[in-house]
Design a protein around this ligand. Structure first.
Ligand code: GDP
Length: 446
């Protein structure tokens, strides 16, 4: 899977050398090659453009962590962006939260692997989730289609709706709903008819079936080997029916990965499953992070950079704790703390992170602080010089105007940050008086 893309990307990052901040020209050179690699992998052009822009923007000027090389750091940025492009760091689950029978309608072109995927997903639900599943083929176009599903049902131990010759898809759907209710089936899988191309009759048929069965999930099955075509097919289906997800088949043979990488961005629909072979258990829940890892083939480097970043955070936190204990707390420290808050999940964590700061918290609540405010505060502090951060008393009216302009805010915003810092350092001094961090518990208001 994705061999050629992995190979192409592999060489790019070794060329990034030097230390300190990532240099713009180096990043741009590397991204030119990433761009070519993605285009050769048949990734849709707008997706490639956005990908490269976002990685470039994140990488340029970023300071390189201790104990990793610039190349390794960019690998991590590319990895994160791959995950985003593939659908983010979540695993899209099937939504089965409805009163049974929950209907999953499978749609797609002929030969895409629809019938096979119907049986594979049924088996997965039965074996892994203990669901009682029934499958029904609504494909009256292809002569052996219903028979094929029956055989797969026997192979996987999943019940199929008995075949009655001559029925129309909507009649079969109605009968399937009745049978599923009667037999207390949890999940009813409807394998709709395919066509060679997207046509109106097919779309109408799907809509009629959806009207009868009100599917909770409508999964489009596409063949990843068809690359851009798969994405085009998905786009036309998405325009006609309410798709809830995509099943990408033949990922076992897909060395390029273009369809996988374009699908989410172009259709807005998550890839929920990947077909990886002809056997009935050759299907995987689609985990964007795992797939990104396979595309890049550099999982070791990614986790190394993550660990290095973690180590820096721990060092910073320890340093901060030490300074707090000594009653020192300048705006540099406040900035560090703001960053930590963001990386630790924003303001939700605030209460736990600011011991005893009832006043500051009240001030924040009064100023309607949300996570955007954190970013703005950081921008304000970032517009100060290092000296000003270490000694806020330097900030006279003229300097405040400069800082406000530099951060795109107002002088009153700058004042708010300074006020907050004052409150905090006052509290820090109290902590010191109460016997350092050990006295903290008392300040939690316990
Ligand atoms: P349908 O016309 O869309 O229902 O397609 P089928 O389910 O009949 O699949 C067509 C062919 O593709 C069959 O020979 C399947 O075994 C094969 N196939 C389906 N999914 C995969 C997959 O993920 N990997 C591979 N290698 N073959 C697959």
């Amino acid at each position: 899977m994705f061999d050629s893309l992995s190979d192409r990307l592999g060489g790019v990052f070794d060329k990034l050398r030097g230390r300190g901040a990532l240099k713009e020209q180096d990043v741009r050179d590397a991204m030119r090659e990433v761009r070519i690699a993605l285009l050769e992998a048949d990734v849709a052009l707008p997706v490639v453009r956005r990908f490269v822009d976002r990685v470039t923007e994140k990488a340029i000027g970023q300071s390189v962590l201790r104990s990793v090389t610039p190349g390794q750091q960019v690998v991590k940025i590319v990895n994160d962006e791959l995950i985003e492009t593939l659908g983010g760091d979540v695993t899209p689950e099937l939504d089965l939260a409805a009163s049974p029978p929950v209907v999953i309608m499978m749609v797609g072109l002929q030969g895409s692997g629809k019938t096979t995927s119907t049986a594979k997903i049924s088996k997965l639900l039965k074996d892994k989730q203990g669901k009682k599943v029934m499958m029904a083929s609504l494909d009256v176009n292809r002569p052996a289609a219903q028979e094929q599903l029956k055989v797969l049902g026997e192979q996987t131990g999943v019940a199929t709706l008995p075949i009655i010759a001559g029925q129309q898809p909507t009649e079969i759907a109605t009968r399937a709903m009745q049978a599923a209710k009667l037999q207390a089936v949890d999940v009813l899988m409807l394998d709709t008819a395919g066509r060679l191309h997207v046509d109106q009759q097919l779309m109408d048929e799907m809509k009629a079936v959806a009207g009868i069965a009100t599917p909770r999930e409508t999964l489009l099955v596409v063949d990843s080997l068809t690359g851009q075509d798969a994405v085009n097919v998905a786009q036309s289906f998405a325009g006609e029916v309410d798709l809830t997800g995509v099943v990408l088949t033949r990922m076992d043979g897909d060395a390029r990965g273009g369809a996988a990488l374009s699908m989410r961005a172009v259709t807005g629909k998550p890839i929920k499953f990947a077909g990886t072979g002809e056997k009935m258990d050759a299907i995987e829940v689609f985990h964007p992070s795992r797939v990104a890892n396979r595309i890049l083939g550099m999982g070791d480097i990614v986790s190394m950079v993550e660990k290095a970043a973690e180590a820096v955070k721990v060092e910073e936190a320890e340093e901060l704790a030490k300074r707090m204990e000594q009653g020192k707390f300048d705006l540099n420290d406040l900035r560090t703390q703001l960053r930590q808050m963001q990386s630790m999940g924003g303001l939700g964590m605030l209460a736990g992170m600011m011991p005893g700061m009832k006043k500051a918290k009240a001030a924040m609540a009064a100023s309607n602080m949300d996570d955007k405010v954190l970013l703005r505060m950081e921008a304000i502090i970032g517009s100060m010089t290092k000296k000003e951060r270490a000694n806020p008393a330097l900030l006279n009216a003229k300097r405040k105007i400069r800082v406000a302009n530099g951060s795109g805010t107002q002088v009153q915003d700058v004042n708010k940050v300074l006020k907050m810092h004052q409150e905090m350092s006052k509290a820090m001094k109290q902590i010191k008086k109460m016997g350092g961090l050990k006295g903290l518990a008392a300040m939690f208001g316990k």
